[in-house]
Design a protein. Structure first.
Length: 219
């Protein structure tokens, strides 16, 4: 387990007011780079045949201000197929519902090692499309203002597959454009909020690269 940097945590607490714009002369200005980004192909819950939630989904009339990057801490499979991606979504949902006792998958989006992007918690894709937010169960005490992306695998020492990382860039660019977020302030790792190993040392070390590539993808 890696302790969270308290200064980083304080920064995150106060960063929400700076996302979605540039601070110029003491005034927050809209960032024109947030105008557009090509959305990824997101496979819906119906396509991977998700179980229905066991309780009411909290659909919030607000936008998330941070994107939290996770790893699933599951097997680093070499099966990069769509069928394997669907199986992994089932594995996560079963783990979250049957072992953790949650009403549904905790995260809003999942990316497989083959680079497939899948809807996680019920109504997540609708909320993103409408510029709103579904409260998940992916970052304790911060679920109402963060959107979570689970990345298949465990990245304590193993490299991140290129297809997964490429889809993560595209997905984060889409979310930043949708919610008018600054990728340099908005994209964080799970360990920035919680005392956890997640998303693994290797993936966490690539977050600066992720932010740079997301910014480039946005214009």
């Amino acid at each position: 387990m890696h302790p969270t940097d308290p200064s980083r945590r304080r920064l995150l607490t106060g960063a929400a007011g700076l996302t979605g714009g540039l601070l110029i002369g003491g005034l927050l200005r809209p960032d024109p780079a947030h105008a557009a980004a090509t959305p990824p192909r997101v496979y819906t819950r119906a396509e991977w045949n998700a179980r229905p939630p066991t309780g009411a989904i909290r659909y919030l009339d607000r936008q998330p201000d941070h994107i939290v990057v996770h790893h699933t801490a599951g097997e680093n499979t070499t099966d990069y197929s769509l069928a394997a991606a669907f199986r992994h979504s089932h594995w996560i949902q079963d783990l979250h519902m049957d072992r953790n006792g949650w009403i549904d998958s905790g995260q809003q989006l999942t990316i497989s090692r083959g680079g497939y992007v899948m809807e996680g918690r019920s109504l997540s894709l609708r909320a993103i499309t409408e510029g709103q937010h579904v409260s998940g169960a992916q970052t304790a005490n911060h679920n109402d203002h963060t959107i979570g992306i689970e990345n298949e695998g465990i990245y304590v020492s193993a490299p991140v597959p290129a297809k997964l990382f490429g889809s993560l860039v595209q997905t984060c660019a889409w979310l930043c454009a949708t919610y008018d977020l600054d990728p340099f302030a908005a994209i964080v790792g799970h360990r920035d909020y919680v005392n956890t190993q997640c998303p693994g040392d290797v993936l966490y070390a690539r977050l600066p690269e992720l932010r740079q590539k997301v910014a480039a993808a946005m214009g």
